[in-house]
Design a protein around this ligand. Structure first.
Ligand code: MCN
Ligand code: CUM
Length: 831
């Protein structure tokens, strides 16, 4: 364990006093260290089709697993008859809950304090829930077999909304639990009394209902695994789509009783996770159980609709927000009530000390003296809530709430939304800042970010254009939406965010080999974020190695040091910190070896970041490079040092990191159709010191695309009987290149004062920060007619209703007179 938990960033990581941007490179050399746009090392294998995903893994004698799923949302299982399937030539086995129970595998833990049936025993609780499984010699036979499993159901009334689940006479989803209610928990944060007082003292108060709809993370690769039990070695190897291989290994061992050192989880290349691959799903358990019993490898891979309908949905928060202020626009308090739909199992992957995750961040970037939230969560007949979807555990909902409330307040006061923000920002000199709900923000400079954003988009010019359009009664309205959000990422310090009761550390092991190349093994796991490149850059920077000499390995529990995985944008804040500290440990040892080589006292030896080499202080002409040190460490180590050059660090961070951003979205709203065109999207992100600006830009592009999907298109819907009505990509609409505008990315740099390299996470910021900017823009376009809110997704019909209610809609013009066009064409044909 590293002894110093909060290593101070060194000189070059200090705040830049004049507030200007950092130089393009922070390292001043071109070994591929910090701040360089190093091309992604992993991309060669991806673009040449050489990646290895779970479904690419084939083993001798491998069997295939297909899950039989319930067509009903709520139903009792009367009978399961697998005989027709079993009689098929290629079908090896039909598995039911009874079979699993015989091996003590009937249930599995969710990531919260709940257990989920692997296969349904008595009652189906959501549509497409796992009822039985068929194991066959190939995938097609398994599918045919699954279709021949006959299940008799007795259907029950379903409840799909949290509001309905609350009703006294609502169907009870969880009869297996003691209490006769759908209510899961009540959660509160902040000071209710102080908040009530703030509202009593206020000149103005604004209340806004808003529903953050149910979303699906939708990674391009669905979930799956290949489980392989080796009877001779008594070893279980599972290749699986996992964002947290070690955590999954521990769970696997606990559930199966197989000793942990005999369980190996390998997460190979992963085609996107976005939170979807944090939880454990029944398919993994069934495949492993089948492999154990049949002593053959078993593969299970979901289809798209299975992924959308059954794995970790997100959001589904029904919020009422209230904001109180003085007539001059000074925010006095925020109060919030939430109704949360958690689906059929409380599977929410979120910090156990905070059943509502990090929702407490709902005071955002603003100095809000009094805040309070109360929340009630309910079971419903819908898929279990994963909650983790590029969000850090309810941060997304919290940011949406506060950014929408600030916009509503500006409207109430007839003030400029940019000015209301500026007026209420936590000032630059107030950090570390303790929020009314108890977080300690590490650093921030929100005003600098806002100023840069407004200037970059020519905010004043846009406001003029907006006014002109209103003046001219234009067919399209212009809307300008802002989001000046703060994030909270890097799960995280034990005291603040223990998930499932564990310290939230992460790890790195570095081995520098005699010829001066290095193998770096990390506990976090990449799903597309580029860790093989950025973690190599950290080591290159800290040791003076060339980035190409550093190979990063991850995702194999047999070789990597124990880590807790990738989510909550924690890889850089926690795993990146472990990597920097491990490299510094190596450097310490290297210094002693260098002293021996230079025949000097260790105290007289210095290391230069510029040259990446050691020399005697005051005599820079004689140097020893890290490559020379590496050779000497093995071949000629000092008498008082062990041979070798390696180090491990388990880093337990002292605090979360608080990246932030200033986003501007410009929309045009068509008054005839309600169609919204995102004309411009500007995203300024501040994630402290940047390791690889190009990778950050890619993260922002992808994250904003997901934010556009959220704001404009996506919603997992159910009918009253519990049928998923948007359970595939025909109905659950992801944005394509057609819907994504050209984006501008920008940055400021406000380092984290407690992170060894001053970096904060960034992976989730764009998905968290962009939806309110887009909704604020659409509302802004109609604000002059008194429009206060449009719920997401802002489809054309929904926007048109709002336009029409506000008296802003226009009769369709000639371009919609199709008959006229037909006449013209007919006339043309006559000619
Ligand atoms: N980075 C950097 N400098 C910084 C911060 C980050 O260069 N100051 C780089 C990192 O080194 C890393 C990438 O940006 O290569 C993202 O880093 P970080 O913010 O630490 O986030 P994680 O690596 O922990 O990734 C998790 C985050 C989450 S929680 C979701 S959800 C998400 C996301 O990242 N899922 C993704 N981005 C994704 N991107 C892809 N392609 N696929 C996913 O599944
Ligand atoms: Cu909140 S989704 Mo990501 O944390 O895997």
């Amino acid at each position: 364990m590293s002894s110093d938990r909060s290593q101070k960033p060194d000189e070059r990581f200090r705040f830049d006093e004049d507030g200007g941007p950092e130089p393009e490179k922070t390292c001043g050399h071109d070994r591929g260290g910090m701040g360089e746009d190093v091309r992604r090392k992993e991309d060669r294998r991806f673009v040449t089709g050489e990646g290895t995903y779970v479904d690419d893994i084939k083993k001798d004698g491998m069997l295939h697993c297909e899950i039989v799923r319930s067509p009903h949302g709520h139903a009792r299982v009367v009978d399961i008859d697998g005989s027709r399937a079993e009689s098929m030539d290629d079908v090896v086995a039909v598995i039911t809950a009874e079979d699993l129970a015989a091996h003590d595998l009937a249930t599995m833990p969710t990531l919260m304090d709940d257990t989920q049936e692997v296969l349904v025993r008595e009652k189906v609780k959501f549509q497409s829930q796992e009822v039985a499984a068929v194991i066959a010699t190939d995938r097609y036979a398994a599918k045919d077999g699954a279709e021949r499993v006959e299940v008799e159901y007795d259907t029950l009334d379903a409840v799909v909304d949290a509001a309905d689940a609350k009703a006294e006479d609502a169907p009870i989803v969880r009869e297996d639990l003691e209490e006769d209610t759908n209510h899961i928990f009540t959660w509160e944060a902040g000071d209710e009394e102080a908040t009530e007082q703030a509202f009593a003292d206020a000149d103005v108060t604004v209340e806004q209902d808003m529903y953050y709809q149910r979303l699906h993370p939708a990674p391009i690769e669905t979930c799956g695994c290949v489980a392989d039990w080796d009877e001779d070695d008594e070893q279980m190897t599972v290749h699986m789509t996992s964002q947290a291989p070690h955590a999954h290994r521990t769970l696997f061992s606990m559930v199966s009783g197989i000793p942990e050192h005999k369980v190996r989880i390998v997460s190979p290349d992963v085609g996107g996770g976005f939170g979807n691959k944090v939880p454990i799903y029944p398919g993994y358990v069934v495949a492993a159980a089948a492999s154990y019993v049949l002593e053959q490898p078993v593969k299970w891979v979901e289809e798209r609709s299975e992924n959308v309908q059954t794995t970790s949905f997100a959001r589904d928060y029904d919020m009422t927000g209230r904001i109180a202020a003085t007539e001059d626009g000074e925010i006095l308090g925020i109060d919030t009530e939430v109704l949360a739909n958690h689906g059929a199992y409380n599977a929410a992957a979120q910090p156990s000390k905070f059943p509502a995750g990090f929702f407490k961040i709902f005071t955002g970037s603003y100095d809000v003296p009094a805040a309070h939230a109360s929340l009630d969560a309910y079971y419903t007949n819908t898929a279990p809530g994963g909650i983790a979807y590029r969000c850090s555990f309810r941060v997304t909902e919290a940011v949406y709430l506060v950014e929408r409330l600030v916009k509503a307040l500006a409207q109430e006061l007839d003030a400029d939304p940019a000015e209301i923000r500026r007026q209420n920002f936590i000032p630059e000199d107030a950090f570390p800042y303790e929020s009314a709900t108890g977080w300690e923000y590490d650093s921030g400079n929100y005003e600098r970010a806002l100023d840069k954003a407004l200037e970059s988009v020519d905010y004043d010019g846009l406001r003029e254009e907006q006014a002109e359009r209103i003046e001219n009664d234009d067919d399209t309205l212009l809307g300008i939406g802002l989001s000046t959000f703060t994030e909270i990422v890097g799960a995280g310090p034990g005291k603040q965010c223990d998930i499932a009761g564990v310290e939230m550390f992460d790890s790195c092991e570095i081995r520098v080999h005699p010829t001066g190349t290095a193998t770096v093994r990390i506990g976090v796991q990449t799903q597309g974020q580029g860790h093989e490149t950025t973690f190599a850059q950290i080591v290159a920077e800290e040791l003076g190695l060339d980035v190409d000499s550093v190979e990063v390995e991850h995702g194999d529990t047999d070789t990597e040091p124990y880590g807790l995985g990738t989510y909550a944008s924690r890889s850089t804040p926690v795993g990146g910190a472990a990597t920097a500290v491990a490299a510094r440990k190596v450097r310490e040892k290297a210094k002693s070896v260098a002293a021996n080589e230079l025949e000097a006292d260790e105290e007289d030896v210095v290391w230069s970041r510029e040259s990446g080499a050691f020399s005697i202080e005051g005599a820079p002409e004689r140097t020893v490079t890290i490559e020379e040190v590496a050779a000497a460490s093995y071949m000629n180590s000092p008498a008082d040092e062990e041979p070798g050059l390696e180090a491990v660090d388990y880093y337990d961070p002292p605090n979360m990191t608080y990246p932030f951003g200033a986003y501007v979205c410009v929309v045009e709203v068509d008054r005839e159709t309600g169609e919204v065109d995102i004309r411009q999207f500007y995203a300024l992100d501040d994630c402290g010191n940047r390791i690889n600006p190009m990778i950050i830009e890619g993260q922002v592009h992808g994250g904003v695309a997901q934010g556009i999907g959220t704001a404009m298109l996506e919603h997992v819907t159910y009918d009253d009987d519990g049928n998923v009505t948007a359970g595939d990509f025909m109905n659950y609409l992801l944005p394509t290149a057609m819907e994504i505008p050209e984006m501008e990315t920008d940055y400021t740099v406000t380092p984290s004062p407690h992170h060894p390299i001053g970096a904060k996470g960034v992976g989730e910021s764009p998905t968290v920060g962009s939806p309110p900017a887009i909704v604020n823009a659409v509302v802004d376009a109609m604000a002059h007619a008194g429009v206060r809110h449009v719920d997401m997704p802002m489809t054309a019909d929904r926007v048109w209703e709002v336009l029409d209610d506000a008296g802003l809609s226009k009769e369709p013009s000639e371009r919609f007179d199709f008959d006229a066009g037909a006449d013209d064409e007919a006339a043309a044909d006559d000619d």
